[in-house]
Design a protein around this ligand. Structure first.
Ligand code: ADP
Length: 302
């Protein structure tokens, strides 16, 4: 097919969706489905996109009491463009959307006051107001003896902007559990060899590092010396969007529910693989029994 604009993009798939999405929403959906008690702070518009996301998370069992609704601004949205070479990029409408109005409402403060764990994602840097809330949540959860996990979900171009690098470093120093993907480990540690990067992050107080390796599976490293490697499940990758968020939601939920790292890694690998095998960023999230079933019938990559 001869095209001028859009050449190199997968055809003739056209427009698919809209799907509920957003890295934090995918994470929360997977946490809730696996049986974790989870809520999120966000802001959507008073429109169908906002309702699509909120209803989806509510149905999964998530606490959406701290998701505010703006009467004036539309829900933030993202389009994913898939190229024939397997790469993709994103077109966002966030800066002038309801998402940019995220603020520490009384409902958000009430959520922080009852949370035993805080999960922060790189999206905290994308929206100015989100950083203030992140700091408030860190203080509140820490003051109550809670733990913190951080998924860098890094857009490297953001690191050069304003205080992003300092905030990124602050989050690494605050985290008990880090979930980097690929070379985010090296960016986080400032060292480009895996073993040295892991050791450097342990010296900064991180207790557990879970490294996502895409179609090559994942590894968990513990400050006490434990290490587990899990090969990926052998699936056909239909849509890679959301794999890391789904993986993270499963891992954090399983650890919070008391599972050991190796078992949590098995569920996380399954959640990531299951999610890439269907279209839509969060259409593959699974309950614990769906993941058990997936694990039982899916071979590992040799
Ligand atoms: P991110 O989306 O953060 O870049 P990854 O691409 O590493 O994260 O995916 C997260 C996890 O999802 C991987 O560690 C793996 O367990 C699973 N996964 C991702 N892609 C595939 C794939 N093609 N086949 C099997 N599992 C996958």
């Amino acid at each position: 097919m001869a095209t001028t604009r859009g050449e190199g993009f997968r055809q003739p798939i056209g427009l698919v969706g809209p799907f509920p999405s957003g890295a934090p929403a995918i994470f929360v959906d997977q946490c809730a489905r696996i049986g974790g008690s989870v809520g999120m702070v966000a802001c959507v518009g008073d429109d169908d996109f906002g309702r699509l996301n909120v209803e989806r998370l509510r149905a999964a069992g998530a606490d959406v009491s701290a998701v505010a609704v703006s009467p004036d601004y539309p829900t933030g949205s993202a389009f994913v463009r898939y190229r024939t070479d397997g790469s993709r990029d994103f077109v966002y409408n966030i800066a002038k959307s309801a998402a940019a109005l995220i603020a520490a409402t009384p409902a958000a403060e009430a959520l922080f006051a009852r949370a035993g764990h805080l999960h922060v994602m790189g999206t905290a840097f994308a929206i100015p107001g989100a950083w203030e809330i992140t700091e408030e949540a860190l203080r509140a959860v820490r003051a109550r003896g809670g733990s913190v996990s951080f998924d860098p979900n890094l857009r490297k171009e953001l690191l050069a902007q304003g205080q992003t690098a300092a905030r990124f470093a602050q989050l690494i120093d605050s985290a008990d559990l880090l979930l980097p993907s690929g070379d985010e480990l090296f960016v986080a540690a400032g060292v480009d060899r895996e073993a040295e990067a892991v050791a450097a992050l342990f010296r900064r107080g991180v207790a557990e590092i879970v490294l996502k390796r895409g179609a090559e599976g994942s590894s968990v490293f513990q400050a006490g010396g434990g290490r587990f490697d899990a090969p990926a499940f052998a699936v056909e990758e239909v849509d890679p969007t959301g794999a890391g968020d789904c993986f993270g939601g499963a891992y954090v939920a399983c650890r919070r529910l008391g599972l050991q790292p190796a078992q949590a890694l098995e569920y996380a690998n399954a959640a990531g693989a299951r999610n890439v095998s269907v279209l839509g960023p969060m259409e593959g999230t699974g309950t614990r029994s769906e993941l058990d079933d997936f694990i039982a019938r899916t071979p590992r990559v040799a």
